[in-house]
Design a protein around this ligand. Structure first.
Ligand SMILES: [Zn+2]
Length: 161
């Protein structure tokens, strides 16, 4: 199934060669949630400086800097920009990378951007509602998915059960 998706996507990419870059990127994951658009000024008011740098400018927080690395309670991790649920605590694990890591996500709440020009660069994922940058997906995670959603803790807010 995954191979079929890959082949379809690859064929689509070839067919759409020449169409604008943003069109090809959006084709990876169809949006399933209503979008939230805010002005830059509104984002600055809504977010802390660190959240703003990560979510709106795709910066990466320092490894080991997030309090969420030590969050072990049951609950949900939501987007710090718009409260859209992105991960369950059951999907979190210690990757020893210094960034909060998950092996699964609410896929329909994320959009992904595959690097087109950098062959080995990991796929970026963003919040499907506010388009905030969250992190990257690596393929060295634990079973059953084998995926690691490497997240900036600053982009997340934890909501205990
Ligand atoms: Zn969001």
């Amino acid at each position: 199934m995954r191979r079929r998706t890959f082949l379809t996507t690859a064929a689509g990419t070839v067919l759409m060669f020449g169409i604008s870059r943003s069109t090809r990127l959006r084709a990876d994951t169809p949006p399933a949630v209503e979008k939230l658009y805010l002005s830059d000024e509104a984002w600055r008011e809504r977010l802390t400086p660190e959240q703003y740098e990560v979510l709106r400018f795709s910066q990466t927080e320092f490894a080991g800097s997030s309090d969420l690395l030590h969050e072990y309670r049951a609950g949900t991790y939501v987007c710090a920009g718009c409260d859209l649920p992105l991960f369950k605590s059951d999907w979190k694990y210690n990757s020893r990378t210094g960034w909060p890591s998950f092996w699964r996500a609410f896929d329909e709440h994320l959009t992904t951007r595959k690097p087109i020009y950098a062959f080995r660069a990991p796929t970026e994922y963003r919040c499907a509602r506010c388009d905030g940058h969250h992190g990257h997906i690596f393929e060295d995670g634990p079973p059953p998915t084998g995926l690691r959603y490497c997240s900036n803790g600053a982009a997340l807010r934890f909501v205990p059960v």
